[in-house]
Design a protein around this ligand. Structure first.
Ligand code: ATP
Ligand code: MG
Ligand code: FE
Length: 353
């Protein structure tokens, strides 16, 4: 089955066509992402600018995705779009466009939860079987989720303040490294000394796999203020020390999450920890988690970076997984600014296995 996917929940406008085969494998027929450049000047995404840019770009992007896949709308089996969570203006643009394409082509609509897109990507890249443990780390979310099936998610832990990506973005802003912050901090950290500043590892050792990142952000600010004005080397050392604190924290919190997940699935042989979301692009975090997972009898599954950040392949793929279970949505499916993963309607019992 072939599914067109549309993603407009933040500052990427994206369209892709994915084919899912009956054996559960898939292939990308086209994959187009347009990152909006205009937000850097503001140090963050401006919702109104983002929504307007989605309106201007989306029609052309969909045409390009269809042309790239070398198919017509009549060849589609469904049209999938992010229906939330995200910036509501952008979500409405993508979802409404998907509804129009669905009506015009007589194909069903799949209203996809953006987080489910991140959560199911590893099913496409690694043909992963349920259940698995997911660490979702993005600009808006930081959580451990037990992925039991399509539409069947249990949140094991979350952040009690900032998201991990948000912490990277704030650290970058503080260090004058620009936006988006994650890649900038990672690049600066490469030439820095991660041991120079002793920054906290919040919640270290606590049994519940939660995160808290606002204290770390404050500690970074105080360390920077103490030695201001900052040389390039100071900035690199602060970035490296911040990244080291984050990496240690992710490892410690993941250890607790893996122990919890393993205790809930005592008979599971192939235990996988999947990392997804924009922060999953961070190589230091990937390297640390590879070791940490192995130490706990898990293997780390990290999709390629292009599929970790926001993209439309993951939306098309999640749409295809839902369609394969007969889960389509009515044309009045709402756009939802907030939509926790564990509030998704689950398919009939057993269907997600
Ligand atoms: P959500 O998925 O929660 O709605 P979002 O879609 O904005 O939020 P993503 O696009 O998945 O989030 O991820 C963007 C975030 O990832 C940004 O905060 C960015 O700084 C962070 N990020 C990207 N690359 C890296 C990196 N190499 N290291 C650390 N963080 C990174
Ligand atoms: Mg984004
Ligand atoms: Fe995302």
């Amino acid at each position: 089955m072939k599914v067109l996917g549309i993603e407009t929940s933040c500052d990427e406008t994206a369209a892709a066509v994915v084919e899912r085969l009956p054996d559960g494998s898939g292939r990308i027929l086209s994959d187009i992402i347009l990152s909006q450049p205009d937000h850097a000047d503001f140090g963050g995404v401006v919702p109104e600018i983002a929504a307007r840019a989605h309106v201007e770009a989306l029609d052309g992007l969909i045409q390009a995705a269809m042309a790239g896949a070398n198919i017509g709308f009549g060849d589609l089996d469904a049209v999938a779009a992010t229906a939330g969570p995200g910036l509501i203006g952008g979500v409405i643009v993508g979802l409404t466009t998907a509804k129009a394409v669905a009506v015009a082509s007589g194909r069903p609509l799949v209203a996809v939860n953006h987080l489910e897109g991140h959560a199911l990507t590893a099913r496409y890249t690694d043909r992963l079987a349920f259940p698995y443990l997911l660490l979702l780390v993005s600009g808006g979310h930081t959580q451990f989720v037990a992925v039991e099936g399509v539409g069947r998610y249990r949140r094991l832990g979350t952040t009690i303040d900032d998201a991990l990506g948000e912490a990277f973005d704030k650290a970058a802003k503080l260090l004058g490294l620009g936006y988006p912050g994650g890649p900038a901090v990672e690049a600066a950290a490469k030439s820095g000394d991660g041991d120079r500043f002793a920054l906290p590892r919040p919640l270290r050792g606590r049994p519940e796999p939660n995160f808290s990142l606002s204290g770390l952000k404050t500690a970074l600010r105080l360390a920077a203020e103490k030695i201001a004005p900052l040389s390039d080397q100071d900035v690199a050392d602060l970035a490296a020390s911040f990244q080291a604190a984050v990496t240690d924290t992710v490892a410690d919190r993941s250890a607790k999450a893996m122990a919890l997940f393993a205790s809930q699935h005592p008979d599971l042989n192939d235990r996988a920890l999947v990392i997804a979301g924009g922060v999953a692009a961070n190589q230091a975090i990937r390297d640390t988690l590879t070791h940490e997972a192995a130490n706990h009898g898990f293997r780390l599954v990290a999709p390629p970076q292009r599929l970790c950040a926001d993209n439309a392949v993951m939306i098309a793929w999640a749409g295809a997984e839902r369609l394969a279970l007969g889960l389509t949505d009515p044309l009045d499916a709402p756009a939802r600014p907030r939509w926790p993963l564990d509030e998704l309607a689950a398919p009939v019992l057993g269907a997600g296995a």
